[in-house]
Each structure stands twice: as structure tokens, then as C-alpha cells.
Design a protein around this ligand. Structure first.
Ligand code: GSH
Length: 202
């Protein structure tokens, strides 16, 4: 498997999942600021992934798979013994998908106005107010459990990846102490550290 990523982007979630499986994988960075977007190896990224954004995963059979929620589940399913996702068909799998959808649409995409240089300060404030209410929900959940699911799962990898961005926008997570403790638990994991090191984030 080969992951196309940009350091610290949402692709880090898939990178963490890959590292957590212990399976062999390759990575190649994509420069999202170049035009056309180029990979570290000099390829035009749109020739590899016509969607043009990261993450994308080239499978061992040569197929290209995209969309973070799908990649996370695909990677988890390659190493079922690591229990990064409940088995397909179990009710808990729907709970995982509920988290992945929440993280994708309410948190990941909730950051979009903050990233967008065209957003006004009012638009950024409104986006943060909404995001803060979603983070407060997660804080409440994490007051009674160690991870989003029964053990560490790909949902934790995805949420952790997005909540790291609060540091970029100087939005401290101090009002959310259970989230902060959970971030510490997640970052202490060797798989998480490996992926972050490979992206040059340490
Ligand atoms: N729907 C995609 C969105 C991925 C996405 O937002 N990727 C960002 C980085 S976190 C990106 O590559 N942005 C550049 C762009 O949108 O062109 C997914 O869930 O994987």
C-alpha cells in the first residue's frame, strides 16, 4: 500500500492507522501549494488522484482508493487482530461509522473556514463557535471513557489529527480537560509517534 499525504493534513489519520497495523506501507508527500500539485517524486498528482486532494491510497493490486473515512476502515480491516475497527456486520461497526461521519462533517470540515484565507474574521469566529460546541460534546463523552470506542480505534486517529489543528489557529483545548488527557493518551502510542515522525511533525 502507498499513501499520498501532506504533512499534518487529514492524511495523518490514515498514516497513523497504517503505522498502528504494523503492516508494510510506503508514503509519498504531495505539495498542495504547487500548481499543478506535484508529488515528492515529481509526478503530477492529478494523474494519480484526479480528485487532487489527499489522502489517497494505492492498494497492492494497483487500485486507487480515496476518502478518509473509507481509507481508515480499509486499513483497519487489513489487520483485524489490531482491533482498530469493529468487524463489519457487528453493531459496533455502525458506532465507528457514526464517529467517522461526525468527525468528517462536524470537525474536519468545520475547520474549513479557518483554513480559508478568504474567510472574514466573523466567518472564522462563527466556525470556531460551532466547532467548540462539537468539541464540548467529545469532552463530555471522554469524561467517562478512555477512547471514542472501547479501545483505540481509527476514529481516535482521525479526531486526533483534526484537533491538532487547534494549535495552528491558537485555539487552546484547555476548556476541554478530558480531550486534553485523551490527546496525551493518543500521542503516547508508538504507532502515532511513528506516523508523526515520518511526516516530520516531531
Ligand atoms: N473528502 C475528503 C477531503 C480530504 C481533504 O479535505 N483533504 C485536504 C487536506 S486535510 C486537502 O487535500 N485539501 C486540498 C484541496 O481540497 O484541494 C476526505 O474525506 O478524504
Amino acid at each position: 500500500m502507498k499513501l499520498y499525504f501532506s504533512p499534518g493534513s487529514c492524511a495523518l489519520a490514515v498514516h497513523i492507522a497504517l503505522a498502528e497495523t504494523g503492516l508494510k506501507y510506503e508514503t509519498e508527500a504531495v505539495d498542495l501549494r504547487s500548481m499543478p500539485r506535484k508529488t515528492a517524486g515529481g509526478a503530477v498528482y492529478a494523474d494519480i488522484n484526479p480528485k487532487g486532494y489527499v489522502p489517497a491510497l494505492v492498494l497492492d493490486n494497483g487500485e486507487l482508493l480515496s476518502e478518509t473515512q473509507v481509507l481508515l476502515q480499509y486499513v483497519a480491516d487489513q489487520a483485524p487482530e489490531k482491533a482498530l475497527a469493529p468487524k463489519a456486520g457487528e453493531f459496533a461497526r455502525y458506532r465507528l461509522q457514526e464517529w467517522l461521519s461526525f468527525i468528517s462533517t462536524e470537525i474536519h470540515k468545520g475547520f474549513s473556514p479557518l483554513w480559508n484565507p478568504a474567510s472574514t474574521p466573523e466567518q472564522k469566529d462563527a466556525a470556531w463557535t460551532k466547532l467548540a460546541s462539537r468539541i464540548a460534546h467529545v469532552n463530555e463523552v471522554l469524561s467517562g471513557q478512555e477512547f471514542l470506542m472501547e479501545g483505540f480505534s481509527v476514529a481516535d486517529a482521525y479526531l486526533f489529527t483534526c484537533l491538532r489543528w487547534t494549535g495552528i489557529f491558537q485555539k487552546p483545548l484547555t476548556p476541554y480537560p478530558h480531550v486534553l488527557k485523551w490527546m496525551e493518551r493518543v500521542i503516547a502510542r508508538p504507532g502515532v509517534r511513528q506516523a508523526m515522525q515520518e511526516e516530520g511533525l516531531f
